[in-house]
Design a protein around this ligand. Structure first.
Ligand code: F6R
Length: 608
């Protein structure tokens, strides 16, 4: 949602805060601001628009002198993205500044109370109540004041607090929103995620919900919610600086598409030893697995789409019922989940509010929970019983690519592993699938290499105002993601349809020139798809097909063809999504869209 940063040390704070905000901009980018403490005065600069505008306004930070400060990049929830609503917010007496990621659910009542006490408000945000509470409870002791304030807040928040009376001191508070402390030498930091920290330090402390920290140049002290000092372990950040930068690519999305072979290798290779799948983060025994009667996969957006792919693979191999459901529905519908259910949650960020809520709900109902997650130390990773990291590295583009394919790869590994433990797969098929999964990095590279003409096809079709993706079985599951990719970055309407469903109503929308993208890699159903292609072509549609390399029959059916290399039928979703990610990317580029930061979206959706 929003990104927050904080710095205290001997250097000028503002240039470092601005650099950090640039790294966090993928989390929200409709306004940005910094507050810096210099000569006993807090100076706030904020703008609606991107961080670059703030850099220009502050002369890259030079106009805001001081060695301690906090910064924010916003994805608006309460109040439009205006200068006034941008963070940091300053108290009326100018002694307190705050940045906030999350939502204060009881802000309306607090606002009313504070107005009655004589505190004028200057924005429409929920956050502003926090600075006024800080001023109201100001006791001369920063820690006590912060604690009294936080005790009044309901909702989710990661806060950064600066006080004019305590030069060099920052407070950082975490409750259901990500917050990481960076441990430096003679300087310390906090940030919403490690990408903003890796340029400065590789040593991090992960705060848990209810904890807060006091940062000075000399050190960091962490407290629990009752104010008792705590010992926290320092973790090593494994992501490097280059991974969080564009590395010569025009957009992060293109870089991340191209990184997929490497990401898949990181996800798969360490988990296959001497031909056997070894899942380090999974402690489920064969006995426990045999007691599982049902698997429920839950997630949001693309992670849910990865779950839809996983559902086909897992049910096919394990022969137990597997369902996939979006987390925002599962959490509110009193689901039949109990001790005999394995709940698999999938999340790139590990901080998606709906996914976390669904995970908690399922845990309360006694389910065994397993997380497929990318960000180490994230909330989902902490909450689940078992964790499988996807090891995709930082994903900066809002539209996920390597996040999705590594999720599918890990789910494939898990499915084969479970089938083996459940004795539902014979040795030959096991070996075949393990070797198929191991070949995915190289197959994915081939998917990239086979489709150099995709930019040309994007030029041909970028003016279509609405299109369909059709497929059956795993091709259909891949359609869901292909359609979302196009929609979210190019703003062109599209629908993913089970090819057999078209005739039940939707075919009325197929008219002259409408583009239909037919995913035809699931060879066992190719003839069925060929009939569906004929149906839409008979109504004037243009068809762009995605087929496995070597499929010559498609040339008689489709107008244009994209290719995926031959893989095991259960693994097609990974190889065939790659040309469609590229198609979405080039269509958006043709249409002049802001590819890495699509309008109104944010990468990590930490609010409901
Ligand atoms: C789409 C996209 C989103 C996310 C969704 C869940 O490209 O990135 O649909 O997949 O918001 O996010 P995570 O995986 O972080 O839980």
């Amino acid at each position: 949602m929003c990104g927050i940063v904080g710095f205290t040390g001997a250097q000028q704070a503002a240039p470092l805060l601005l650099e950090g905000l640039k790294k966090l901009e993928y989390r929200g980018y409709d306004s940005a601001g910094v507050a810096v403490l210099g000569d006993g005065t807090i100076r706030v600069e904020k703008v609606s628009g991107k961080v670059q505008k703030l850099c220009e306004k502050t002369l890259d930070g030079a106009a805001v002198p001081g060695t301690a400060g906090i910064g924010h990049t916003r994805w608006a929830t309460h109040g439009a993205p205006t200068d006034n609503n941008a963070h940091p917010h300053l108290s009326n007496d100018g002694r307190w500044a705050v940045v906030h990621n999350g939502i204060i659910e009881n802000y309306a009542a607090l606002r009313e109370e504070l107005i009655a006490k004589g505190f004028p408000f200057h924005s429409e945000t929920d956050t502003e109540v926090i600075v006024h509470l800080l001023e109201y409870y100001d006791s001369g002791d920063m820690k006590t004041t912060v604690m009294k304030t936080v005790a009044r807040l309901e909702g989710s928040y990661a806060l950064g607090v600066l006080c004019a009376d305590r030069p060099g001191t920052l407070f950082a508070v975490r409750e259901a929103s990500p917050l990481i402390l960076g441990v430096g030498v003679g300087e310390n930091y906090f940030a919403s995620d490690v990408t903003a920290l890796v340029s400065y330090t590789k040593n991090a402390v992960y705060l848990d919900d209810g904890e807060f920290a006091e940062l000075t140049p000399e050190g960091i002290t962490v407290y629990d919610c009752s104010g008792r000092r705590m010992e926290k372990a320092i973790s090593r950040i494994t992501w490097d600086v280059e991974a969080a930068e564009k590395g010569g690519y025009e957009h992060f999305m293109l870089k991340e598409i191209m990184e997929q072979p490497r990401a898949l290798k990181a996800a798969v290779e360490p988990r296959v030893r001497d031909g056997e799948i070894v899942l380090d983060g999974v402690e489920l025994t064969a006995e426990q697995l045999k007691g599982i009667r049902r698997v429920v996969i839950t997630a949001c957006g693309s992670a849910y789409h990865a779950g839809c792919v996983g559902r086909y693979i897992m049910e096919e191999l394990c022969r137990i019922p597997v369902e996939a459901e979006v987390a925002s529905e599962l959490r509110y519908r009193n689901p039949l989940i109990g001790e005999d259910t394995l709940v698999i949650v999938i999340s790139q960020s590990g901080e998606t509010a709906d996914t976390i809520a669904a995970l908690k709900e399922c845990k309360e109902r006694g389910a065994r929970t397993l997380a497929v997650v990318n960000v180490v130390g994230s909330t989902v990773a902490k909450l689940a019983d078992d964790v499988l990291y996807t090891w995709a590295g930082p994903e900066i583009a809002v539209a996920t690519t390597k996040g999705y394919t590594t999720q599918v790869a890990v789910l494939s590994l898990l499915s084969v592993y479970m089938a083996r433990k459940l004795e539902r797969i014979d040795d030959d098929r096991y070996r075949e699938l393990v070797s198929g999964i191991r070949s995915l990095p190289e197959r994915c590279q081939r998917s990239i290499d086979l489709n150099t003409h995709v930019a040309y096809l994007a030029k041909r079709y970028h003016n279509n105002s609405s299109l369909f993706f059709i497929g059956r079985n795993l091709d259909y599951a891949a359609c869901l993601e292909a359609s979302l990719k196009l929609k979210e970055i190019s703003y062109i309407h599209s629908e993913a349809y089970a090819a057999g469903e078209l005739k039940h109503g939707t075919i009325a929308l197929i008219e002259e020139g409408r583009l239909v993208v037919a995913l035809c890699c699931y060879e066992a159903l190719f003839d069925k798809l060929a009939s569906n292609i004929k149906e839409v072509k008979a109504r004037g549609a243009k068809v762009m097909a995605v087929v496995q390399e070597g499929n010559r029959r498609i040339f008689a059916e489709a107008d244009d063809v994209l290719f995926a290399p031959v893989v095991d039928p259960l693994l097609i979703a990974i190889t065939e999504i790659v040309p469609l990610q590229l198609f979405a990317y080039y269509v958006a580029k043709e249409n002049g869209c802001d590819i890495d930061k699509p309008k109104n979206l944010a990468k990590s959706v930490t609010v409901e």
